[in-house]
Design a protein around this ligand. Structure first.
Ligand code: SF4
Ligand code: SF4
Length: 384
């Protein structure tokens, strides 16, 4: 079994990860880069290229491979602008020169470009490319993919997983600790917004509002059964995937604390976790306001993390078996399996949840009413 683990660039992650029993590979990306990333980056980590280079060296010295993310969903067509295209090639030269083992890519054109001009780099397809069928997996393999992160929405669809596994020969990866909504309606918009905000040349100058995380956090708290519908995989259930020939798993959460990353890595590496499943899932904290705007007068602040739910991991023994016969795509409106299980295995503080929901609802109200721009002259603009 191999495990892909996110880095928040903390050097203290390297040594403990190198001692885990699974083959560990780190992945990460600088907060701002030419291609950008479709996922949330850690706050307050202002790395420069030289530091990233040193970090990759230290990971290699400890026996860890390194994957660099190039996974924004689009480059706003700037890949076809001659000057930006040259910068893109320079950026890829740098990535190749620091000896990363692979890159994770969403844009199909980049797969072909890297394959042709930087053949040393192995190419992984990002989960943001939504590979959720035999047809799409085969297209990407033909394009040059060495490895594919599947769309997490198919994590519990074993029939499709088995079919994809037997239809392609490249590596297949399951994202294991994701707390994204099942069939999240904000997903494309979210990755797109993050991608553009993290691109160095983008005229939005990093401006971004965390609408999607605010929205999905509200959805999970208003209906806690959504936390079970999410397609995470318990550490104990990794063996169900190994049984069908899928042996590489990925932990999400580059914005998580080092302690949480190590805790999740240890659980998935050992295939056992005694305790609250919520503690090893990638729980995002919504940020309120304009983020990284780089414009005077606009600011953001992070609110407290969402209320902690207690999800009894041991009580979920056998939970995954139901999905072997259930067609969630077409049956979710008349199935109450996740709601009934949620009643049994999830506990939370109702007052704390109600207060958090009220706060986020007020923020959303200001977004849908456009009142976030109505600041007093001279005062900094911010959401509630
Ligand atoms: S569930 Fe939330 S974090 Fe995940 S893709 Fe949807 S909006 Fe983004
Ligand atoms: S169809 Fe049933 S098992 Fe599947 S996500 Fe919906 S409630 Fe859960």
């Amino acid at each position: 079994m191999r495990l892909l683990v996110p880095t928040n660039w903390d050097p203290a992650l390297i040594e403990p990860l190198s001692r885990l029993e699974a083959g560990i590979e780190l992945y990460g990306v600088l907060a701002t880069s030419l291609i950008g990333t479709g996922g949330s980056s850690p706050d307050n980590v202002d790395m420069v290229q030289g530091q990233a280079e040193e970090y990759v060296k230290r990971a290699h010295a400890a026996g860890l491979r390194f994957d660099y993310l190039l996974n924004a969903p689009s480059m706003s067509n700037m890949e076809w602008d001659e000057n930006t295209h040259r910068e893109l090639l320079e950026h890829l030269e740098w990535i190749s020169s620091i000896d990363v083992d692979s890159v994770t890519v969403t844009i199909p054109y980049l797969v072909e470009l890297i394959k042709r001009q930087f053949p040393r780099l192995k190419i992984r397809i990002s989960t943001i490319a939504h590979v959720n069928s035999v047809a799409r997996a085969r297209f990407f393999e033909l394009l040059g993919a060495d490895s594919i992160n599947l769309d997490f929405n198919v994590n519990r669809d074993f029939k499709t997983l088995e079919a994809i596994r037997s239809a392609v020969s490249c590596e297949i990866i399951i994202l294991a600790n994701n707390l994204c909504l099942y069939q999240c309606p904000y997903e494309y918009y979210h990755h797109d917004g993050l991608g553009h905000a993290s691109q160095s040349y983008n005229p939005v100058n990093g401006c971004y509002v965390d609408y999607c995380t605010i929205r999905c956090t509200l959805d999970r708290l208003r209906d806690v059964s959504q936390n079970l519908k999410c397609r995470w995989v318990r550490p104990e259930d990794l063996q169900a995937y190994e049984g069908i020939g899928i042996e590489v798993f990925k932990i999400s959460g580059r914005a998580m604390s080092s302690e949480r990353i190590l805790n999740a890595a240890a659980a998935y590496s050992s295939g056992h976790y005694q305790g609250n499943l919520h503690d090893i899932l990638n729980v995002l904290t919504p940020k309120i306001g304009f983020i990284n705007a780089g414009l005077p007068g606009l600011q953001s602040h992070t609110v407290a993390p969402p209320p902690k739910l207690h999800i009894d991991n041991q009580a979920l023994e056998g939970f995954v078996d139901f999905f072997r016969k259930q067609n969630c795509l077409s049956e979710c409106h008349r199935c109450d399996y996740c709601r009934k299980m949620a009643d049994k295995v999830i506990q939370f503080d109702r007052n704390e949840v109600d207060q958090y929901v009220a706060m986020l609802t007020e923020v959303l109200h200001s977004l849908s009413g456009s009142s976030m721009f109505e600041a007093e002259a001279g005062a900094s603009k911010h959401l509630p």
